[in-house]
Design a protein around this ligand. Structure first.
Ligand code: ADP
Ligand code: NI
Length: 214
């Protein structure tokens, strides 16, 4: 991807997320961009497609921009403005459409490039970053951290998952601990394993402290 195109895309993403309070921010996008680049190089994927899709993957997110989510209008308009060819635009649009976690309705991306971007986005929900994001999201949505009476709901469909209200600790079981086994590439699996171990150790500590044991 040309230096100039990267610069313009980053500037665009910063502008889009400047006014967002839905829990997405441009730093998440930048981490996904860096991780997707790292995975794509190891997997020999097409870097331009991966980098463009990673940078634009959340600009039409359902929570951030419900009206443009279906057809990825903002990402498409941006790419047209940059003079990219229709084939590239269609490929990036497809990749973005496949990224989201939707419970048991999540899809496996058709292309290697889509797999790299989906893995990078999901890795950002794991590890130290994942813990921080989960509690930040919970606080932002007025959710309590934990309630031992509320049990996690497993095997949720897209609709159930999107309408489900729960605690932040339950989110670890309802989404985060499912991600490791959903990784598409070998490079991502190794990273996911490390990040999940770290989170599981964190939850063990959390439970011990909850009971006043440590
Ligand atoms: P993205 O589209 O970037 O993958 P989401 O919009 O699904 O992510 O979520 C943003 C972040 O907030 C992720 O780290 C996710 O794990 C976290 N999150 C989403 N839903 C919840 C929830 N119900 N409780 C706690 N954290 C959540
Ligand atoms: Ni994302």
């Amino acid at each position: 991807m040309s230096e100039q195109l990267i610069k313009s895309t980053i500037a665009y993403v910063k502008e889009v997320f400047a006014t967002d309070f839905s829990g997405h921010d441009c730093f998440h996008t930048m981490r996904v961009y860096k991780m997707a680049t790292n995975i794509a190089m190891k997997e020999n994927a097409d870097l331009q497609l991966v980098q463009l899709a990673a940078l634009l993957h959340d600009v039409d997110d359902r929570k951030l921009s419900p009206k443009t989510c279906e057809n990825k209008d903002r990402a498409v308009a941006f790419m047209r403005g940059q003079g990219l060819c229709e084939e590239t635009i269609a490929q990036v649009k497809d990749i973005i459409g496949e990224v989201s976690f939707m419970g048991t309705d999540s899809v496996v991306p058709k292309t290697l490039e889509g797999k790299c971007v989906q893995d990078a986005d999901r890795l950002d929900a794991l590890g130290a970053m994942g813990i921080a994001r989960a509690f930040a999201y919970g606080g932002n949505h007025n959710r309590i951290m934990y309630d031992p009476e509320m049990k996690p709901a497993l095997n949720m469909s897209k609709e159930e998952y999107q309408n489900h209200v729960s605690t932040t600790v339950n989110h670890f079981y309802e989404k985060l601990f499912l991600l490791k086994d959903m990784m598409n590439t070998e490079s991502s699996k190794a990273i996911a394993e490390h990040r999940e171990r770290y989170m599981k150790d964190y939850i063990d500590e959390f439970m011990d402290e909850w009971e006043g044991l440590k």
